[in-house]
Design a protein around this ligand. Structure first.
Ligand SMILES: Nc1ncnc2c1ncn2[C@@H]1O[C@H](COP(=O)(O)OP(=O)(O)OP(=O)(O)O)[C@@H](O)[C@H]1O
Ligand SMILES: [Mg+2]
Length: 469
């Protein structure tokens, strides 16, 4: 360390001590150039309640980009793993295509100089025997692999993306046989929205709001807490409107009533495979997009039960109409006879795609051999139809099934909020292109039958009414 560095180090350490960071933490953080910011200092200090008061559950939630992951990773790797030699930790994070390798960049930034630490994608091992298993899960289902194993410390990133049952099961794996008084603990980071939000609100936020926290601790954090957030991302957050702005910028947890598919659960609606018969009717649904994602879904309808299985998905941005059509052809096996391809009615207008020559999207598709039929764009009715299809059929299984490869569709069903201004539609500011493709794809479904008042009265009078006739 040069003299200048030593001086800077001293100043930072004094500052942090003033803010209340325990000296032992400062000593372990600073040599690795991790300097926690104010919210992070509060969070690090809070984790001391594990040893002081036996607290096992720590939550950090709010808007995106507040510095939650950075603080948690530093806490676990530089502090907990060093203070408790031989500790075994599990670090769960959902990997989406958008997350890139920023996590790896962070681990190298923080642990790059750590002598004797071996860092790989699977995990980290320290010379004192402490280990961090890094579980990059693609799907909340994948966390089941870790249920029933023993971990002394657990981190769940984006915990709101994991459903309540799994979150509870996971915490059953938090155990220790250590005799040195170490208290096993779990750190959960989350934003509002998603299937886990209700549980996280109940567990962390309500006790915190009502000032009656006993075995949990919570910190509400916002992007303004992080002065290192890049300006472009701050702009992005500031420009989000509608529900997505409420969720990601404001970290507003009071929106639970607003989820479009509140009862959507992957274990009920998502299957890895489904037997699709030769006589099933195959349909495609397309939502157009260039600077925003386009989506094509492949649907198959069981002619006997009427069940619809969404069995494939193509999703992405930056594809011209011609490229979309080619992708769709390549993904449709030759022996699958598609009865009809419903598409976004906007594709009947002149297209603004780069390859369009001011032609309509449907004409470009036609030139590539895909003939489109206008999808039904009645948004309100479309939502009612999809909810109707999700109900169980007489065999007890839902009338609408998704195969697990339809990742974007599943994510949207877990997260799509209702519109704040139009009570019978979803929030179109949210990424909803797979949902839209499904609406178009189900154009020919009849949806709920309207029941006239008189008819209902007569039905209710019928002696077999109570039996469900
Ligand atoms: N103390 C710090 N020093 C330097 N950079 C930091 C610090 N804290 C956070 N950052 C930077 O700020 C950015 C956002 O931080 P981070 O990913 O930890 O936020 P987050 O709350 O986990 O976000 P999200 O809600 O999107 O998961 C990262 O690029 C990170 O490197
Ligand atoms: Mg994060």
């Amino acid at each position: 360390m040069t003299e200048e560095e030593a001086k800077a180090w001293e100043t930072a350490a004094t500052e942090l001590r003033k803010e209340g960071l325990p000296a032992e933490m400062a000593e372990r953080f600073l040599p690795y150039y991790y300097i926690p910011q104010e919210m992070q200092v509060r969070w690090h200090r809070m984790t001391e309640d594990a040893q002081l008061h036996g607290v096992r559950h720590f939550g950090n939630g709010g808007s995106r980009g507040s510095g939650k992951t950075t603080a948690t990773f530093a806490q676990v790797s530089l502090y907990d793993c060093q203070k408790w030699p031989g500790i075994n930790c599990l670090y769960i994070r959902l990997v989406k295509k958008s997350s890139g390798n920023s996590f790896q960049q962070m681990t190298t930034a923080i642990l790059g100089d750590y002598e004797g630490a071996s860092v790989s994608q699977e995990g980290i091992r320290f010379p004192n025997g402490s280990t961090i298993a890094i579980a990059g899960v693609r799907d909340p289902k994948d966390v089941d692999k870790y249920v029933g194993l023993n971990y002394e410390l657990m981190v769940v990133e984006e915990a709101n993306q994991i459903d309540e049952e799994r979150l509870i099961k996971l915490q059953g794996s938090l155990r220790t046989g250590r005799l040195d008084g170490y208290v096993p603990r779990c750190y959960m980071n989350f934003n509002p929205g998603g299937p886990g939000m209700k549980y996280l609100k109940k567990t962390f936020i309500q006790p915190w709001k009502e000032k009656r926290e006993t075995n949990t601790r919570f910190i509400f954090s916002r992007y303004q807490d992080n002065k290192f957030l890049d300006a472009g991302y701050v702009d992005y957050l500031n420009n989000l409107d509608g529900m997505l702005g409420k969720l990601w910028r404001d970290g507003d947890f009071d929106i639970s009533q607003g989820m479009a598919f509140d009862n959507f659960r992957p274990d009920v609606y998502v299957y890895d495979d489904w037997d699709i018969g030769d006589n099933w009717i195959r349909i495609r649904g397309i939502d157009d997009g260039y600077s925003k994602p386009y989506c094509c879904l492949w649907l198959a309808k069981d002619p006997v039960t009427g069940r619809i299985v969404v069995y494939d998905e193509d999703y992405g941005e930056g594809y011209t109409n011609g490229e979309q059509a080619e992708r769709i052809k390549a993904m449709t096996p030759r022996n699958h006879r598609i009865s009809i391809t419903y598409a976004d009615p906007a594709m009947w207008q002149k297209s603004h795609h780069v390859d369009s020559d001011a032609k309509a999207g449907k004409d470009i598709y036609a030139a590539h051999g895909i003939y489109l039929t206008k999808g039904d764009n009645d948004r309100k009715n479309g939502l009612a139809k999809i909810r109707e299809m999700m109900r169980p059929l007489p065999d007890g299984l839902p009338g609408l099934i998704f195969l697990s490869r339809c990742k974007n569709l599943i994510w949207q069903f877990e997260n799509l909020p209702m519109s704040a201004s139009k009570p019978e539609d979803v929030d179109t500011n949210f990424e909803d292109h797979a949902y839209d493709a499904l609406r178009y794809g189900t154009t020919s479904e009849a949806g709920p039958k309207p029941v006239r008042n008189g008819e209902r009265r007569n039905r209710e009078r019928h002696p077999f009414y109570a039996l469900g006739w």
